[in-house]
Design a protein around this ligand. Structure first.
Ligand SMILES: Cc1cc2nc3c(=O)[nH]c(=O)nc-3n(C[C@H](O)[C@H](O)[C@H](O)COP(=O)(O)OP(=O)(O)OC[C@H]3O[C@@H](n4cnc5c(N)ncnc54)[C@H](O)[C@@H]3O)c2cc1C
Length: 457
């Protein structure tokens, strides 16, 4: 039995930074990773997808060249091998950065293998037993593969194996019209594939407001992505060299023939094969590890950080989990997960930046509120760039003047949303932005104007 002060299981978005902090606090520390250092974000999530989105945007802008007075002669072709090679290079740099950081850290023992609990303070890996009084679980999540008829008879992609694609699928059928599915939908359409999205709900990204879902649908349909909503009873079958996807939508049955299928129907935590029962760590029925406001599980000395605790499904929330744990162990002991304001992006083009409550959530809360909305088509900078799709919207608490939530669906929305995020963290009234002078000509310069024209919700 090897004795440590601390063990980190999983080298995702929180584990490596936490391991470095533990080492810097002179704790004898081990980190265990069973696959790729950097986890989902670095290897099969944020970084590769955003790199591919950038290639897809380049293809899109080349096709739009004529609108801007730029003449391109000859056919426009996307070289998928080069697209993949560019993505691989960016991913490799990040992956090697984290791997090298971990393996070369003085005072950190790195184990490459599957870690699992033998008891509340013992973890086994590659036949060795490691003991520590502090154990941190950062095992992340994987693509959910639902039990759908015919699925095991076909070959399908998830967000992981689609990263190996270096050819153009003729017709990609994407099951799931939420954040991950929509990024791939627009990307592959721009690369040149036919794309169909099949979504079970009555609208895309159903957690967002109706106007956001509708506009995102319009943006994708304008580029030729076919979208089928309200789809039920989805099944798959091989048909010659194609895959037939059948669903029934409002009673109307339809078969779509595609060349490839991507499953994008949510994520499942990697808690099932961790031996949590041997440690006595509680999960909910979805396998999400239950934690308190400082991210400690029901077993003292065992923490769960990142996507596996269900407190956020993002890289920034996972990293923030590390900060919270580090603060409570070694710092001011004041940081709590409940202080976090939820924010995220949907990286289609133009992107959606989101923070706080949606309009519907504010309505449901019964709070007295004000709303401001501005179409991108009114914004000079958006017109100059011929990027007028989308809108921005903000919700204000009518009593405190504080911002409750916002979305910016439009060019630069993923960056500009930080104006609202930071104001919310500062707990400052919206008048701070309303009275600020913003740079001309920018998209952000219209936010004070939007705030001058708030209406009761
Ligand atoms: C296609 C896609 C696009 C995304 N885009 C974005 C985005 O743009 N922005 C954003 O914020 N988020 C995005 N995400 C989500 C983001 O990638 C995850 O929320 C984030 O990576 C979660 O980090 P984590 O630290 O919880 O775990 P992960 O990054 O998943 O890392 C967990 C690690 O634990 C390892 N592991 C698991 N079990 C064991 C075990 N028993 N023993 C040893 N090691 C183990 C795994 O191999 C993995 O390396 C995206 C996700 C996907 C799938």
């Amino acid at each position: 039995m090897k004795k440590y002060d601390a063990i980190v299981i999983g080298a995702g978005q929180a584990g490596p930074s936490l391991a470095a902090k533990l080492v810097s606090e002179n704790l004898k520390t081990a980190i265990i990773e069973r696959k790729l250092f950097g986890g989902t974000c670095v290897n099969t999530g944020c970084i590769p997808t955003k790199t591919l989105v950038a290639s897809a945007r380049a293809a899109h802008m080349v096709r739009r060249g004529d609108e801007f007075g730029v003449q391109i002669s000859g056919d426009i072709k996307v070289d998928m091998k080069k697209v993949k090679a560019r993505k691989d290079a960016v991913v490799q740099q990040s992956n090697q950065g984290v791997t090298g950081w971990m393996k070369n850290m003085q005072g950190l023992d790195v184990y490459e293998g599957h870690g699992q609990f033998e008891s509340s303070n013992v973890v086994s890996v590659n036949g060795e037993q490691l003991q520590a009084d502090k154990i941190f679980i950062n095992v992340g999540a994987r693509a959910r593969v639902p039990d759908m008829p015919g699925l095991n008879e076909i070959e399908y992609f998830t967000n992981s194996n689609i990263m190996d694609v270096d050819f153009l699928p003729e017709h990609l059928i994407i099951i799931g019209g939420s954040y991950i599915g929509l990024e791939f939908a627009q990307m592959y359409r721009r690369f040149g594939s036919k794309v169909t999205v099949i979504e079970m709900s009555e609208r895309l990204i159903p957690r967002e407001d109706q106007d956001v879902s509708d506009t995102v649908k319009e943006i994708l349909e304008n580029e030729g992505v076919k979208i089928r909503l309200d789809a039920e009873c989805i099944s798959f079958a091989k048909k010659d060299a194609k895959i037939a996807v059948t669903d029934s939508c409002k009673g109307e049955k339809q078969e779509i023939l595609g060349s490839h299928v991507l499953l994008a129907v949510g994520r499942e935590t990697n808690s099932h094969d961790l031996g949590l029962d041997k440690a006595g760590v509680k999960t909910n029925k979805f396998g999400i590890i239950e934690v308190d406001d400082e991210l400690e599980t029901n077993v003292p000395g065992v923490w769960a950080i990142g996507e596996c605790n269900g407190k956020g499904a993002f890289t920034h929330t996972s990293y923030n989990d590390y900060e919270i744990v580090a603060d409570n162990l070694f710092g001011t002991k004041t940081r709590r997960v409940s202080d976090r304001i939820m924010c995220y992006g949907l990286f289609i083009d133009p992107p959606l930046g989101r923070v706080g409550l949606t309009e519907q959530q504010v309505k449901d809360s019964g709070k007295e509120a004000l709303i401001g909305k501005m179409m991108m088509s009114r914004i000079g900078r958006a017109k100059e760039r011929s990027e007028t799709q989308g809108f921005m919207k903000v919700l204000i608490d009518a009593e405190t003047d504080q911002i409750l939530g916002a979305n910016i669906l439009g060019i630069g929305g993923d960056e500009i949303i930080h104006l609202f995020i930071d104001t919310m963290y500062a707990k400052a009234p919206y008048q701070v932005i309303k009275n600020a002078v913003h740079v001309h000509p920018t998209v952000a310069e219209l936010i004070p104007t939007m705030l001058q024209d708030l209406q009761p919700l």
